[in-house]
Design a protein around this ligand. Structure first.
Ligand SMILES: [Zn+2]
Length: 245
């Protein structure tokens, strides 16, 4: 069993402290001080800082954390296949998910007894959205999102930024009649009003309401006026619309 603590870092980043048996791994420490404070409270020993990609808002705290705690720093390496990453009590699978950046990965902890799986998606998949395509490859991002969509449906999704409200404000412009999307927008508004964190989501919720994951659905192709178009074309068009939103 492990716990996941969500830490707000920088303007709107999420950093995750995963703890088990008094040992911890931090994912995407955009800055060090909130992580050091949380470790001070829990008393856990930090084994490693692991990053989903090399952008500064996901890595900015690495150096100070390594200096202050002696933890390892693990950045994604250029590799084509998914790989196992064992750190102390944590058995991650590193899923290669290029698209936002060429080096983007997602960190997956499969389900264990009584606990659903967790996936830390960085800037690949957000609650109701996906990352910008700095690789300019909608094909790569679509394949990466399909890989995430194929995870067990109850898998919890911990993403790299708090963009849920603006994502569902956009999603509802595409599918104003989709009740599941409207419900998610209301949830996002309530969470924002409370100042609550917007994670975790689940793979099931994202498949049902995230417009980017819905790019292959006939209903989505119809509302964007692209009936008969390929999934990647529809995905690329929705991404273009979101970039201008
Ligand atoms: Zn990024």
């Amino acid at each position: 069993m492990h716990t996941v603590m969500t830490l707000g870092t920088l303007a709107d980043n999420y950093t995750y402290l995963v703890e088990s048996k008094n040992e911890a791994v931090v994912i995407d420490p955009g800055e060090a001080s909130p992580v050091l404070r949380a470790l001070g409270v829990s008393g856990a020993r930090l084994l490693a800082a692991v990053c989903t990609h090399g952008h500064f808002d996901h890595t900015g705290g690495n150096e100070e954390l390594a200096h202050r705690t002696g933890c390892k720093v693990l950045l994604p390496e250029a590799s084509t296949g998914d790989t196992a990453l064992a750190i102390g009590p944590f058995a991650f699978t590193v899923l290669r998910t290029p698209g936002h950046s060429a080096d983007s990965v997602c960190l997956y902890l499969p389900a264990t007894d009584g606990q659903p799986g967790d996936v830390f998606t960085g800037d690949t998949l957000f609650c109701g959205g996906c990352g910008r395509l700095f690789t300019r490859s909608p094909e790569a991002m679509w394949a990466s999102l399909q890989k995430l969509a194929a995870l067990p449906q109850q898998t919890r999704v911990f993403c790299g930024h708090d963009y849920m409200l603006e994502n569902y404000e956009f999603a509802v412009t595409l599918e104003p009649a989709n009740q599941a999307v409207r419900t998610r927008l209301e949830e996002a508004r309530a969470l924002a009003a409370d100042g609550s964190v917007t994670v975790p989501s689940t793979i099931a919720a994202e498949r049902e309401t995230n417009p980017f994951l819905r790019s292959g659905e006939p209903a989505m192709k119809r509302v964007v006026g692209m009936e008969g178009a390929g999934d990647v074309e529809v995905f690329a068009e929705i991404r273009r619309r979101k970039d201008r939103f």
